[in-house]
Design a binder for this molecule. Structure first.
Ligand SMILES: [Zn+2]
Length: 269
């Protein structure tokens, strides 16, 4: 019994010591290769920095070299492979310039909350979807700097990449009115009257009056309310699909009177 025991302990010890050696070896190997690759990334970034700084317009953006070096390293790192030469890397920078610019712009927007007029122009002309989380900030900066010619670009970015609502805000013109009548871009509250005037409510009400059934007209008149969304105006009898954007909107005496006259006419014919 006893020698067997001894030998098993011995072998366990042997195993433990073996595994300890392996465990010790692994991280030291990793550490060296990581260190090495970081050194070579640093090295190649230093070699291409001046050209990349120019290609990516960081000089124009007025970013000081120390900060720019950090930015260049971060955005071009995914393009660096073990065997790439500086010339080839610069070609990749040129080829992916638009995407890299978006990354830089996103980075700048995260870091800073104020820009010169030139920087704002550059950011808005080149940012595309990177601008999306900062639309409200950019809108206020554009207004503050009296750069109204940039507003149509911001609007088109919002409509292309954002979540435009069916209704345009009377103050900023963006399709950004929430069902609670708040604007996501300029932050204003909008009255039902303003929303109707700015979004051709009268025309949609006429279409509703012509296209709806008598039951739907009855429903709208008795509630003195309709639902208004991207497909126009419907009554509360309308089946609502999930995710459908519909505002509940009150009818004025005049609007109810119009629906009553249409209903009377429809019932008489
Ligand atoms: Zn607005």
């Amino acid at each position: 019994m006893s020698p067997r025991k001894k030998s098993s302990t011995k072998s366990r010890r042997k195993k433990e010591s073996k595994s300890t050696v392996i465990v010790e070896k692994k991280p030291s190997k990793k550490k060296t290769s990581k260190k090495k690759s970081q050194v070579s990334i640093e090295n190649i970034v230093n070699k291409v920095f001046d050209d990349a700084y120019r290609i990516l317009h960081l000089d124009f953006l007025g970013i000081e070299k120390e900060k720019a070096r950090e930015i260049v390293k971060e955005v071009i790192e995914p393009l660096i492979t073990s065997s790439v030469k500086p010339d080839a890397l610069l070609k990749r920078v040129q080829r992916f310039k638009n995407n890299l610019l978006k990354k830089i712009i996103y980075y700048l927007l995260e870091e800073k909350k104020d820009f010169t007029a030139e920087q704002l122009e550059f950011i808005i002309f080149n940012g595309e979807e990177a601008l999306l989380p900062y639309m409200s900030l950019l809108y206020s900066l554009v207004k503050k700097n009296k750069l109204d010619h940039l507003i149509p670009i911001l609007r088109s970015v919002w409509e292309k990449y954002g979540r435009p609502s069916p209704f345009a805000c009377p103050y900023c013109g963006f399709k950004s009115v929430t069902p609670l009548l708040q604007c996501l871009i300029c932050g204003r509250s909008i009255s039902e009257k303003e929303l109707k005037e700015h979004n051709e409510f009268d025309m949609f009400l006429k279409i509703f009056a012509e296209a709806s059934s008598i039951e739907e007209l009855d429903e709208a008149i008795s509630r003195r309310k309709v639902l208004w969304g991207e497909k126009g105006i419907v009554s509360h009898k309308h089946p609502i699909s999930p995710g459908e954007y519909l505002l509940e909107i009150s009818l004025t005496d005049e609007e109810v009177g119009f629906l009553v006259s249409v209903l009377k006419y429809r019932k008489s014919t």
